[in-house]
Design a protein around this ligand. Structure first.
Ligand code: ADP
Ligand code: ZN
Length: 520
């Protein structure tokens, strides 16, 4: 098939001069009647990949999307371009839905967006059987994966499309970057035979920075100062923290709004609308916010707590800078986050297989946070991509971190854990190391330990960083029974015996200053 009609359509209807990246190849492949699995980062331009072939082929393009808000936005945008597009979901009244169904049957629609649960009803499937279908587009295809955080059981049943309409091309799309999930999508949707179009997941305009938490609010404020009057998202772990953060930022004179699943639906919708339409809104949110938010000029995504996985982090930060202009992904994390997430995994009801997967995911993320290498290289390596040179646009590239030989400090820390019975948290361990005098030390007779006061050479802040890095490197583990208590691991014995050298990242206040002034 020639690319002429596709190109004409692109400029005539959408007003673009050229296809971007793999778009043209995908459009031609699908328009010619073939199946495709498209893996493209957020902002990569997935929509055109099914919109153009829908218009090129006879019949209606059926787009399956789990996101009602996004459906409405897309349909509205298409109508403005003169495309006959409609959607069917639970928000429509009966009369409107009946009209849309009539138009589908009469062949009067170019595109129809439909929620999966609606599509799978017997009524809708029989309607489809009597209509002319151009293609099936399965958007947000990672919803089929039960390991992902957006799992939708109905997605599992979408294979019915292939069974009933073997000749209608299917195109599944996702911004999910991790290879196991990609394989699962192909298998679950019966697309292993389809051509896979995999784009690079690099987002060169996003600058990645990780800072060590010491005064999270202050640090967030400093970060936001660089982004005055700009739109961005601040992700927080809990609903309570979302509200606190929004309130705090408002008091500091910022235009901040909260968003989480516990707010009434109308408040959520109103806040989302304001974020999309007004300038310079800072959205404080849980991860409930964001899927399908199409706002090109989000200038930053900040995480005030550790996200749950690298994949989630990548998706969340991917909402920044869709317009290609410079944007920042900023993550602030500390030992407390690590302890909390590790405990959440151990205490969850999940089976051992799932827990082990969650542990690996967390370790991967911690590896990213503690890395002294180019962040982009670490990030992309996790997604099976090799990034040849340091990127020059992340904190580690811009201000190379100092490494120090922390073997002796690590030995002191580990033997302190051992001597005190492997059940205390970091605060108390540091008190022992630094020879502190307080009730707890007296109560447990810890001034008599051989490790008492052997760590006076380092300040408490440095010790915190040592403990954090030990936990992140699995040289210490968090006891899921005792609150925040630390235990030795197999790896720690090697360090104690002097068989293993431990290099750590130095966190000097000076480096932090430089990091700050290096931004922008
Ligand atoms: P995704 O769904 O992959 O996140 P979208 O389809 O929403 O991405 O596209 C992201 C942005 O890029 C949109 O604003 C879209 O209009 C724009 N875009 C996509 N393809 C092109 C193109 N070929 N030329 C110019 N702009 C494009
Ligand atoms: Zn880099």
């Amino acid at each position: 098939m020639s690319s002429r009609p596709a190109h004409d359509l692109l400029s005539r209807i959408f007003g673009y001069d050229d296809f971007r990246g793999p778009q043209q190849a995908i459009v031609e492949h699908v328009a010619a009647g073939n199946d495709a699995l498209v893996l493209m980062p957020t902002g990569g331009g997935k929509s055109l990949c099914y919109q153009v072939p829908s218009l090129l082929r006879d019949g209606t393009g059926i787009v399956i999307s789990p996101l009602i808000a996004l459906m409405q936005d897309q349909v509205e945008a298409l109508r403005q371009l003169g495309v006959r597009a409609e959607f069917l979901n639970s928000t429509l009244d009966g009369d409107t839905a009946a009209r849309v169904e009539r138009e589908l049957l009469a062949g009067e629609l170019d595109m129809l967006y439909v929620a999966p649960e609606r599509l799978l009803t017997g009524r809708f499937l029989s309607l489809l059987a009597r209509s002319r279908i151009a293609l099936f587009a399965i958007d947000e295809a990672h919803c089929v994966s039960q390991w992902g955080h957006d799992f939708r059981p109905e997605y599992r049943q979408l294979t019915v499309l292939h069974e009933r309409w073997p000749d209608v091309p299917r195109i599944a799309l996702t911004a999910t970057a991790d290879p196991p999930t990609q394989r699962e999508i192909a298998e679950r949707l019966d697309l292993t035979g389809a051509q896979h179009f995999v784009s690079s997941f690099d987002r060169p305009n996003i600058r990645y920075t990780v800072v060590q938490k010491d005064n999270a609010k202050r640090q967030l404020l400093d970060f936001l100062k660089v982004h005055r009057q700009e739109a961005g998202i601040v992700y927080c772990m809990s609903r309570r923290k979302v509200e606190e953060t929004a309130e705090f930022l408002c008091k500091e004179g910022m235009n901040a709004l909260p968003y989480h699943a516990g707010l009434p639906a109308e408040v959520r919708a109103a806040n989302q609308r304001r974020f999309l339409r007004e300038d310079g809104i800072v959205m404080c949110a849980t991860i409930a916010f964001g899927m399908g938010i199409d706002k090109p000029d989000v200038r930053f995504v900040a995480h005030t707590d550790l996200p749950k996985s690298m994949e989630g982090y990548y998706q969340e930060t991917g909402r920044a800078g869709r317009d290609g202009e410079p944007a920042e992904a900023w993550l602030c994390y500390g030992l407390g986050d690590v302890v909390l997430l590790k405990q959440m995994i151990e205490q969850s009801e999940a089976g051992e297989e799932r827990k082990s997967l969650e542990r690996n995911k967390l370790d991967h993320l911690l590896g990213y946070c503690e890395s002294m290498q180019c962040r982009r290289q670490v990030l992309l390596a996790g997604f099976g991509e090799t990034y040849p040179q340091p990127c020059g646009n992340c904190d580690n590239c811009l201000v190379p971190p100092d490494a120090w030989d922390a073997s002796v400090a690590a030995q002191k820390a580990l033997s302190c854990v051992y001597r005190s019975g492997q059940r205390f948290g970091v605060g108390h361990l540091i008190d022992i190391l630094r020879g502190g005098e307080n009730d707890k030390i007296r109560q447990f007779g810890h001034a008599q330990l051989s490790t008492y006061g052997i760590g006076k050479d380092l300040d408490a802040r440095t010790w915190r960083s040592v403990f954090r890095q030990l936990v992140a490197a699995s040289l210490l583990e968090v006891d899921s029974e005792a609150y925040g208590g630390l235990r030795l691991t197999d790896g720690s014995r090697e360090v104690l015996k002097g068989q293993r050298k431990v290099m750590m990242r130095r966190e000097s206040p000076k480096a932090r200053e430089r990091e700050r002034s290096g931004q922008r």
